[in-house]
Design a protein around this ligand. Structure first.
Ligand code: DGY
Length: 429
C-alpha cells in the first residue's frame, strides 16, 4: 500500500503543488496542502517543503487582510470546479497586488505551523542526514514570518476584541463544509437567487455531496464577501453567518503553540510573545464552548451566543489543542457506537448521515489529529485504537476522500491526496 499511496501523490502532483484529486478538486487547497506535505515528507523532503512554498505564494500582503491565506489557490485555470476564481472576485483586492496566483476569499483551518514543526523535527531528527536537516532549517526560516503573519491575520481580523475565540464567516472556511453543526446559523442566511452551475455532481454521486439548498447559501455568502470588498471590519459587522467553530479554534490553538515553539527556537522573541498571549486568552475562553450534554466542546453561534449542540469530531480535537479536560471518556463512547469510527458527526445525533460528506463520514486526517492529541494526553492505548480503526478503513476503502463509518466503504473522490499522505505519515511514525 505504501507504493500505492506514493503513486497517488505523484499522480496528483502538478509540478510543485498537489491537487486533492483530479477533476473534483483541480487546484491547491489550504489545509489539504499541509496534510499532503506530511506525506511527501516521508519520501521526498524537498518536494514536501515545495508544497508549502506554493501555498504561501498566494498569501495576501499589506492592506487590512495582510497575512490572509486562502482556502483555494487557483494556480492554473480549470473548468471542472465551481466556484472558480471569477466567482470569488478577489482580483485587485487590497493585499493581492504582489501575489502570483488567484485565490478564493475565505480561509481554512490553519494547520500549517503544526505541520511545519513536525516536518522540521522529522527532517532534523537523529535518522536524517545533514543535507535534509539543512534543507529543513532553511525552509523553516523562510516560512516562519509567513506563518506569523497568517496567525496574526486570524487574531486581528477575526477576534479584534481579544475575546480568545476567533470567528468563522463561511462554512467552507471550517473545512467541514456541510456539518449539521452549521444548520441552525445557516438557516438565517438567504439562499441565492442567481443562476450557477455546480460541477461536483459530475464527479461524485449526489448522495455523498452537500444539498442544493446548502450550495445556494454558500454562493450567497461568497457573493456577500465580495460585496463587502473582503473588508474584515465590515464582515464582522454585517455577515449573516458568524460562528465560533471549535474545529478552527482547536487547530489554531495547537498551531499557535507550535508556532511559539518555532519562534522561540529561531529567535523571533517578540512574535513568540505576541502569539503566546493569544494562546492564553483562548485557553480560558474555550470553557464557554463546553457542552454538558455531550461531554465535549461544541461550536457556538456568534450571532445569538447559543451553543450549537451538535457533537462533531472537531470537538474531539480538545486534547490536540491542549485544552485541559480529559478527552478519553468521550472518545471511548464514540468508538463504542460506530464500527469504523470516528465519524465526523456522532451517530446518535439527529443530523448524522453516514454517506454525506461532513455529516457523518470518517475523515482520516481528522482521526490522525485526534489520535495525536490522545497520545499527547497520555491515552496511548486509545490513540492506538483510533489508528487501528483507520487502518481497517485504508484496507477496505482504499485511499478515498472519506468513508462510511457503518460499513467502512470508501466514499467521495478516489485516489485522494490527504488520505494517502495520512497513511504515509502514520506508517512512518
Ligand atoms: C468543496 O468544493 O466541496 C470544497 O470542500 C470547498 O472547499
Amino acid at each position: 500500500m505504501q507504493e500505492q499511496a506514493r503513486a497517488i501523490l505523484r499522480h496528483n502532483d502538478r509540478g510543485g503543488y498537489t491537487v486533492p484529486t483530479a477533476g473534483l478538486y483541480p487546484f491547491q487547497w489550504n489545509w489539504d496542502a499541509s496534510v499532503t506535505a506530511l506525506g511527501w515528507m516521508t519520501f521526498d523532503p524537498a518536494r514536501a517543503w515545495e508544497e508549502l512554498r506554493w501555498l504561501f505564494k498566494g498569501q495576501w500582503r499589506g492592506g487590512p487582510n495582510d497575512g490572509f491565506l486562502a482556502q483555494i489557490h487557483f494556480h492554473v485555470p480549470s473548468d471542472t470546479y465551481f466556484p472558480g476564481p471569477d466567482e470569488w472576485g478577489t482580483d485587485g483586492a487590497s493585499g493581492t497586488e504582489q501575489i502570483g496566483t488567484r485565490t478564493s476569499s475565505i480561509s481554512q483551518p490553519p494547520l500549517h505551523a503544526s505541520i511545519v514543526r513536525w516536518m522540521w523535527e522529522r527532517g532534523t531528527g537523529p535518522d536524517q542526514d545533514a543535507a535534509v536537516g539543512g534543507l529543513c532549517e532553511s525552509a523553516v526560516r523562510e516560512l516562519l514570518p509567513r506563518l506569523v503573519a497568517h496567525h496574526l491575520w486570524w487574531y486581528r481580523t477575526r477576534d479584534p476584541q481579544r475575546t480568545g475565540l476567533v470567528v468563522n464567516i463561511h462554512p467552507w472556511e471550517s473545512g467541514m463544509d456541510n456539518s449539521p453543526a452549521w444548520d441552525a446559523p445557516l438557516s438565517r442566511v438567504p439562499r441565492t437567487t442567481r443562476p450557477y452551475e455546480r460541477r461536483d455532481l459530475g464527479h461524485v454521486d449526489a448522495s455523498m455531496r452537500p444539498s442544493r439548498e446548502f450550495y445556494d447559501r454558500m454562493v450567497y455568502l461568497m457573493d456577500f464577501n465580495r460585496a463587502q470588498r473582503f473588508e474584515p471590519e465590515a464582515l464582522l459587522r454585517l455577515c449573516p453567518y458568524q460562528v465560533h467553530d471549535i474545529g478552527i479554534i482547536s487547530i489554531l490553538q495547537r498551531a499557535s503553540r507550535d508556532l511559539v515553539h518555532l519562534c522561540q527556537t529561531f529567535g523571533l522573541v517578540a512574535e513568540a510573545a505576541q502569539i503566546a498571549a493569544r494562546v492564553e486568552l483562548t485557553q480560558r475562553a474555550v470553557q464557554a464552548l463546553w457542552s454538558d450534554r455531550w461531554q465535549q466542546y461544541v461550536s457556538r453561534d456568534a450571532g445569538t451566543g447559543e451553543l450549537l449542540e451538535v457533537p462533531c469530531s472537531a470537538g474531539l480535537l480538545a486534547a490536540y489543542a491542549g485544552f485541559e479536560n480529559d478527552a478519553g471518556p468521550t472518545v471511548r463512547a464514540w468508538l463504542a457506537e460506530t464500527p469504523f469510527g470516528l465519524p465526523s458527526t456522532r451517530s446518535t445525533c439527529s443530523g448524522f448521515e453516514p454517506l454525506r460528506y461532513w455529516r457523518g463520514p470518517v475523515w482520516q486526517h481528522i482521526n490522525m489529529l485526534i489520535a495525536r492529541g490522545l497520545a499527547d494526553q497520555g491515552h496511548g492505548a486509545l490513540a492506538q485504537e483510533v489508528r487501528t480503526r483507520s487502518e481497517q478503513l485504508f484496507a477496505r476503502g482504499g485511499f478515498s476522500e472519506y468513508y462510511d463509518p457503518l460499513s467502512g466503504k470508501g466514499l467521495g473522490g478516489k485516489s485522494f491526496s490527504w488520505t494517502a499522505a495520512t497513511y504515509l505519515h502514520w506508517i512512518a511514525s
